[in-house]
Write a protein that binds this ligand. Structure first.
Ligand SMILES: Cc1cc2nc3c(=O)[nH]c(=O)nc-3n(C[C@H](O)[C@H](O)[C@H](O)COP(=O)(O)OP(=O)(O)OC[C@H]3O[C@@H](n4cnc5c(N)ncnc54)[C@H](O)[C@@H]3O)c2cc1C
Ligand code: FES
Length: 273
């Protein structure tokens, strides 16, 4: 069911076990014919660590979706490029969106950042990004960064992005049509802070705390400024993609620490801490 109606940019809610909690996970890929979906899960706390312990043949208690608004795509002509900034496990959510841009005929630049070489995935010639490169050739530019310089450019994804923006200012290189940032909240903020003064359109795919994902509970609220007024958007139904330059990051980021004590307590109860 989910695979048949899935669109790039959407997510699902997964109930790992009957008495567990529903957690949001992005659709990294799907096969409508076979009815399968691909999820990539980073072990953060109880639910995600339990999911990563599952073996072949195990099943989730429930899954709901697809949820959220699909990515809005535009056709960019000429010497323009759509830049994706992916941080760590931000790469799987980026993958179906960049593939859609490539199929639409847009040039894509992927700046994919990892902590170090050992955290790299999907980058080999016979893996997803490598295969896209083989299929689309010069239509796809790939830049990898690692914090420690063990692979690709040393530093964060913002390094090569800043170089591109500065080159653009001098009329060098492909002009950036838009930037799509998917990754840790601090990375998305850094990308937004960098592009804002240059007026480069930037979208962040928000991994806001979500509870019901139906627009009812209010847990996923994102403070945004529209026409000078501070209003709130629901990441679950208005997003997950939101114009990064209207987000009030100072108010948004502390929300991620709101349940730290409960998360630690839960990890302890399940033997993960
Ligand atoms: C739209 C969306 C798509 C996401 N896609 C992916 C994905 O493809 N792969 C992936 O590994 N992770 C993804 N996440 C994050 C994932 O939902 C959380 O890591 C997971 O819920 C953590 O739960 P936990 O019990 O393992 O950890 P906890 O100990 O409960 O929490 C650890 C941290 O995870 C985050 N978190 C916890 N509960 C939620 C929640 N209900 N909603 C959002 N964040 C939460 C918080 O930052 C928290 O501090 C996505 C989140 C959102 C909102
Ligand atoms: S998660 Fe409840 S309103 Fe969005």
């Amino acid at each position: 069911m989910v695979a048949r109606s899935a669109q790039a940019g959407q997510f699902v809610r997964v109930l790992p076990w009957e008495k567990g909690e529903l957690i949001p996970l992005t659709l990294a890929d799907w096969d409508a014919e076979n009815g399968t979906i691909d999820l990539v899960v980073q072990g953060m706390g109880t639910s995600s660590l339990e999911i990563n312990r599952m073996a072949i043949g195990d099943a989730f208690s429930g899954i709901a979706g697809p949820l959220g608004r699909a990515s809005e795509l535009h056709r960019y002509e000429g010497n323009q490029t759509v830049v994706f900034c992916a941080g760590g496990v931000g790469l799987p959510p980026v993958y179906p969106i960049m593939r859609k841009h490539l199929r639409l005929g847009n040039h894509v630049t992927l700046i994919s950042g990892f902590r170090a070489k050992e955290f790299l995935f999907w980058t080999g010639d016979d893996e997803r990004i490598g295969k896209l490169k083989q299929e689309f050739g010069d239509q796809l530019s790939l830049i990898y960064t690692t914090n420690d310089g063990s692979y690709g450019v040393k530093g964060f994804v913002t390094g090569p992005l800043e170089e591109m923006i500065k080159a653009n200012q001098q009329g060098i290189g492909r002009s950036i049509a838009e930037v799509i940032a998917i990754g840790p909240p601090l990375m998305m903020r850094a990308v937004s802070d960098l592009t804002k003064p240059y007026g480069v359109k930037t979208v962040a795919s928000l991994n806001s705390i979500m509870v019901d994902a139906t627009g009812m509970c209010g847990a996923c609220m994102v403070p945004v400024t529209i026409d000078g007024k501070l209003v709130r958007k629901h990441a679950c139904i208005d997003g997950p993609e939101i114009d990064a330059h209207i987000i009030d990051w100072d108010k948004f980021l502390p929300r991620f620490n709101a349940f730290k004590a409960q998360e630690l307590e839960s990890k302890r109860k399940h033997g993960f801490a």
